[in-house]
Ligand binder design. Structure first.
Ligand SMILES: Nc1nc2c(ncn2[C@@H]2O[C@H](COP(=O)(O)OP(=O)(O)OP(=O)(O)O)[C@@H](O)[C@H]2O)c(=O)[nH]1
Ligand SMILES: [Mg+2]
Length: 237
């Protein structure tokens, strides 16, 4: 049986973490919580769950540095622990735990990276306002055109990587923190010749806790996309 590890970054997800872990329990996956010393006590909840449940482990980091560094630390830990598949997922129920088996099945079927996608037929966003939808769709459009990719949803954070991908792409070279991290991971995967498939998902707004999205995360992505394009053009990527 292959080992699938879900990397679950948390920052102040006290209201969501336990319910998320319980929802993932029947799926036969490992869960690695990556907590950045959340002031609301999420890290202690994670420790309690890890002590109770064999499939749960915790990576404590000293401070909040953004999603990118948290995921990179999680990827390295998951690979060291022998994961065959490494997943990314938010801990706020925007990503439906019941969709995890479909992402895994896409990699079982041969994809090297499966992306949960809002912008392919069958996918979508629930209860998002027009502005939020426009920013998200526009961000993927911008990245798709500049990077010349055929992928519809480049900023989503619900993914399943085959181990070989993360062993091949240069993780040390990635310094993106927010949405740019998602774009960069997928771009590097494609540049190395790996196959990517989009799996339609319905993305729901969080109902508990607060968003960590910020203007700087959006601006980082706007700047990072042409940087990635240039790196590819000059053979550095
Ligand atoms: N470890 C860690 N986790 C983070 C950090 N920033 C966000 N997260 C977690 O990453 C996931 C996604 O963050 P959200 O705040 O939901 O951001 P988002 O999904 O882009 O924005 P919304 O759709 O508005 O919720 C959640 O599980 C957060 O707790 C961080 O700096 N460190
Ligand atoms: Mg969210």
């Amino acid at each position: 049986m292959r080992n699938a590890t879900i990397c679950l970054p948390t920052y102040n997800e006290r209201e969501n973490l336990e319910a998320m872990v319980r929802a993932l329990q029947p799926l036969g996956v490992n869960v690695l919580v990556i907590d950045d010393n959340s002031p609301d006590g999420t890290g202690e909840i994670a420790d309690r769950l890890a002590a109770e449940l064999e499939f749960v482990s915790v990576l404590h980091r000293e401070r909040k540095e953004g999603l990118g560094p948290a995921y990179l630390a999680g990827f390295r830990r998951a690979l060291a622990n022998g994961a065959d598949y490494v997943l990314e997922m938010d801990c706020d129920f925007s990503h439906d735990p019941n969709d995890v088996p479909r992402l895994i099945a896409a990699v079982d079927a041969g994809a090297d990276l499966a992306l949960g996608s809002r912008y392919v037929p069958g996918g979508g966003t629930a209860n998002w306002g027009l502005v939020r939808r426009a920013i998200s769709w526009g961000g993927s459009f911008y990245a798709r055109v500049i990077l010349g990719l055929g992928i519809r949803d480049l900023t989503g954070g619900f993914k399943c990587y085959r181990r070989q991908v993360l062993e091949t792409i240069d993780l040390d070279a990635i310094d993106s923190k927010g949405y740019a991290f998602q774009i960069e991971g997928t771009f590097r995967t494609i540049r190395k010749g790996f196959s990517v498939v989009e799996v339609p998902i319905r993305f729901a707004d969080r109902t508990e806790g607060t968003s960590k999205m910020s203007r700087s995360i959006v601006l980082e992505a706007v700047a990072k996309v042409p940087e990635l394009r240039l790196a590819a053009l000059t053979g550095r990527l």
